[in-house]
Ligand binder design. Structure first.
Ligand SMILES: Nc1ncnc2c1ncn2[C@@H]1O[C@H](COP(=O)(O)OP(=O)(O)O)[C@@H](O)[C@H]1O
Ligand SMILES: [Mg+2]
Length: 360
């Protein structure tokens, strides 16, 4: 299968030639590790190939993106930037988000009570929902006008999107559906995401087809950076941590070098081998369940109740309640299997799903 180049040669080498097309990937790492630069370099590589490219920016307004990236000499004139930064000072910019946000489909918002109140964004909510609509509009507008799909998309960042949006279980479901939405666009998508909490496994990590992790640490008086590939479904990849530098020409990855450090390489302190195995096992069950939810959505089989239980399993997982997490995830998984095995007639909203024996 053809590969999509990231625009960073060393990283493409680590990825066995590049990303697999039409899938969403996560770029993770702490602030200042180079996520935004990498993501922009990826878009610039697409622009050089005359591919339609889209940046959805939530962290910095477009003008700042352009000035930050200006130092690398990349021509971003043909880059379409959707501004989803919540900034009351810029009513005009914000309007597009609001317009789509208040449009028809508010069904998903009904039961969300805990909307974060920040003085800056109170009046102008940026929600997963409104951003999704914004992208959808742009995507189909483009398709209509030029008969071309966006080949590459960057969301910078999911972390900001979550902070501006709501908290709690519903946010997880919204993120799940947002990831599904992104998958269905069939663009090669980079989703920038910070690990807010080292131990927290964020929803998007399960649903991404791969994760590129960027690292940054201080070694004596020097800031060092490195990169690793944590997951890459459907492909072989280099699983070593490789050094990375930000140069005047952008990010360079030294795919043939080792990271020489006592600290930067050993990245999971405090996690015993056993714990890592348990984490892997639960992750696999959760991931499999999430993919079943995706399939159910595609086939229009109602599974919202199971999405909620799945969110609970993930919550246990994030709190390191591994036993509860595993139990809940397995239960969810088998219920999903049942439901996928039988396509029920469109049920009335309040009728519970058929019990196992009847469903067979
Ligand atoms: N031309 C440059 N040369 C070296 N380092 C740079 C250059 N431009 C920016 N940086 C560094 O890159 C980092 C910002 O990268 P960025 O991609 O914005 O990080 P993130 O999105 O992960 O927070 C900053 O720490 C800055 O010091
Ligand atoms: Mg950034």
């Amino acid at each position: 299968m053809e590969r999509v180049k990231t625009g960073v040669d060393g990283l493409d080498a680590m990825l066995n030639g590049g990303l697999l097309p039409a899938r969403p990937y996560i770029v993770s790492g702490p602030t200042g590790s180079g996520k935004s630069i990498l993501a922009t370099q990826f878009l610039f590589d697409g622009l050089k190939r005359n591919e339609p490219c889209l940046l959805v920016t939530l962290d910095e307004p477009p003008i700042e993106v352009k000035s930050n990236m200006g130092v690398f000499g990349w021509n971003l004139d043909h880059l379409k930037i959707l501004d989803a930064t919540p900034d009351v000072r810029a009513h005009k910019r914000q309007r597009s988000v609001i317009d789509v946000g208040t449009a028809l489909d508010v069904r998903d918002m009904e039961d969300v009570s805990d909307i974060r109140q920040s003085s800056q964004i109170r009046a102008l909510e940026v929600t997963v929902h409104s951003v999704q609509k914004m992208i959808k509009q742009e995507f189909s507008g483009r398709l209509e006008k030029t008969k071309e799909r966006y080949k590459r998309i960057v969301i910078d960042s999911m972390t900001a999107l979550k902070m501006f949006s709501m908290q709690g279980e519903d946010s997880r479901i919204l993120i799940q559906s947002f990831m599904r939405f992104l998958s269905e666009l069939e663009s090669t998508t980079l989703i920038v995401s910070e690990h807010l909490d080292r131990s927290a496994i964020e929803t998007e990590f399960f649903l991404g087809r791969g994760e590129i992790r960027m690292l940054k640490w201080v070694d004596g008086s020097t800031v060092r950076r490195a990169i690793s590939i944590e997951k890459f479904r459907g492909s072989r990849f280099d699983d070593h941590v490789r050094p990375l530098a930000i140069t005047p020409a952008g990010i360079v990855v030294y795919a043939d070098q080792q990271v020489a450090t006592t600290n930067g390489g050993g990245m999971k302190p405090g996690e015993s081998l056993l714990e890592m195995r348990i984490i892997d096992d639960i992750s696999n069950v959760l991931e499999s369940a999430l993919h079943k939810v995706e399939e159910a959505q595609r086939r229009q089989i109602p599974v919202r109740d199971l999405e909620v239980s799945l969110s609970r399993a993930m919550l246990h997982f994030q709190r390191k309640n591994y036993q509860k997490a595993m139990k809940a995830a397995l239960a969810c998984n088998s219920q999903l299997e049942q439901r996928l095995g039988v396509v029920p007639p469109p049920p009335a909203a309040s009728v519970p799903p058929p019990p196992k024996e009847v469903a067979r």
